[in-house]
Design a protein around this ligand. Sequence first.
Ligand code: PRP
Ligand code: URA
Length: 209
Amino acid sequence: MGRLHVCDHPLIQHKVTYLRDKTTETKQFRELVDEISTLMAYEATRDFPLTTAKVQTPVVEAEGRIIAGRMVGLIPILRAGLGMVDGVLKLLPSARVGHIGLYRDEETLQPVEYYVSLPTDVAERELIVLDPMLATGGSANAAISILKQRGCKPTKLMCLIAAPEGVKAVQEAHPEIDIFVAALDTHLNEHGYIVPGLGDAGDRLYGTK
Ligand code: PRP
Ligand code: URA
């Protein structure tokens, strides 16, 4: 069973509080999503395997450690997942980025697919799916299924705010996925919004509505 990691570093918790604040304007909201994504990437890469490498310092030849293992692919779920990409790329600058476009039907809360574009070598990469909000889990589950249908093995899902309902849905549908969240909130309201949440992440990132 994949694990739920709540990234409770004080810097992350501090920034999430300002992210939730309804008076936080688009510019600052975008900056906070970017910064929190960088900090979470640090946590989500903690298990990356290392190998030894020789390094010539100005003094002697020494043995250092470098990252081994598979190359990384980032898969933001459009639109809101796009806001997390640059923050993660700051720590993983060689990662390739694939895009999955999904929107949640406001009535049924079911995800509707409208775009998929993935790197050609996506199946060989360690994939991290990015989306700030994990509400019912429908969008994350659909994105992970789309990747699996194309022969990929996504291993991680990184979200800023999650509802317990969404975590449970992903753990049931895709039990191998490790889920990283900055905050685990209490519940979903009758409109499928996370409570206390931060409202509509896409609208707050892009100033729509
Ligand atoms: C939001 C969010 C997730 C989804 C979460 O996207 O970014 O993708 O809702 O809800 P779920 O867990 O119930 O599926 P939205 O559909 O609003 O699209 P947007 O990113 O284009 O604004
Ligand atoms: N999508 C959002 O952007 N916010 C929520 O609270 C739920 C789904």
